[in-house]
Design a protein around this ligand. Structure first.
Ligand code: SD4
Length: 340
């Protein structure tokens, strides 16, 4: 019987080892080009941009929540934290927080980070038992002189801040892990099976940008593996003078190319958010090949004018965007569908 997980184990590990195949032809959903150009700002008249929230994957409830908080309370970071917390608490999302798929030892370990409009940053990696790593990351940013806390130290810090220790392994996630143990060889999975890690960016009514990213990482990863999502510059970067970017997908590719930082720097040089995301995707393809369609990486970006753009290595990446009273899920443009 064809087993997708097994297929991923083999093909992705092989591809990571080989790192072959570059394709230059591209495919791009037509509706996105129009959407991405449809910024609602009026910079020439000096007006502030419309509050906008964008997130990886299909999380329109989370972007809506974030936008509502921004519209009521004003600050992008507050909205982002509220939106990401919704996804972290959702047991049906198997890539984030409660309900996230465990590592290969059956243990749920979480990674998250936040970055605000002042360039402050906070991260937690390899955190266990805490449902809201995004809020712990924010506490690291606001209440310590550090940027990153990890593992047991992050847990102790969270407990000292009043977070509760909880069992995050749902029955459904445990069942999937047990199935994987039965069928798969006991080794780390090189690619992500789930498509719902949340990276969220927002600009508020004052024109300030912030971002956050939260994930349980790759399903059935090696115990101790940390991906791109909590790494400032890889899974998330915000520069309030320029723009913000975040990533999802195979974190090893994103870390090796410092994807989010690269995108912000490309925007600094004048590229649109979409063009910057495309170039960062192309960087991965050129350096490491795309090899097969399960080695997905998706980028989203938002600039200081409130313009947004996205790009992915392969078809299948989508994103959620909330602005005014509109909350949409749209398909991202992508590099060639052909395997390298
Ligand atoms: C990671 N980038 O840990 C994350 C996984 C991911 O949707 O985005 N999954 O590599």
């Amino acid at each position: 019987m064809f087993n997708r997980r097994d297929f991923l184990n083999k093909t992705i590990l092989a591809s990571l080892a080989a790192g072959v195949g570059i394709s230059s032809c591209e495919s791009k959903p037509k509706q996105d080009a129009a959407k991405n150009n449809a910024a609602t700002t009026n910079q020439s008249s000096g007006e502030k941009p419309e509050a906008t929230v964008i997130a990886t994957w299909k999380h329109p409830d989370a972007t809506q929540k974030a936008l509502e908080v921004i519209q009521n309370q004003g600050r992008a970071l507050d909205g982002i934290e509220a939106g990401v917390r919704m996804v972290e608490a959702d047991p049906l999302d198997q890539s984030v927080g409660y309900g996230g798929l465990p590592d290969r030892d059956g243990i749920v370990t979480l990674d998250a980070c936040v970055m605000d409009e002042k360039g402050n940053a906070g991260c937690v990696t390899f955190l266990q038992h805490i449902m809201h790593p995004v809020s712990v990351a924010r506490k690291v940013m606001e209440d310590t002189p550090h940027v990153m806390l990890s593992g047991e130290g992050a847990l102790q810090f969270a407990l000292s801040k009043g977070f509760e220790k909880e069992n995050l392994l749902t029955q459904a996630a445990e069942e999937r892990w047990k199935e994987w143990l039965k069928e798969g060889t006991y080794k780390p999975v090189g690619g992500h099976e789930q498509h719902d890690t949340i990276g969220m960016l927002a600009i508020d009514g004052n024109g300030n940008l912030s971002g956050a990213c939260s994930t349980s990482g790759m399903a059935f990863k090696m115990h101790g593996r940390v991906g791109d999502s909590p790494i400032i510059g890889a899974g998330l970067y915000v520069d309030n003078e320029v723009g913000a970017a975040t990533a999802t997908g195979l974190g090893e590719f994103v870390m090796k190319t410092l994807g989010a930082f690269l995108i912000v720097e490309l925007m600094r040089q004048g590229k649109s958010p979409e063009a910057a995301c495309r170039e960062a995707a192309l960087r991965i393809a050129e350096k490491y090949g795309k090899a097969n369609e399960d080695m997905q990486v998706g980028y989203i970006a938002l600039n200081k004018k409130g313009e947004y753009g996205t790009y992915s290595l392969h078809p299948g990446f989508n994103y959620s965007i909330s602005r005014k009273a509109s909350h949409e899920v749209l398909d991202s443009p992508y590099l060639s569908a052909s395997a390298g």
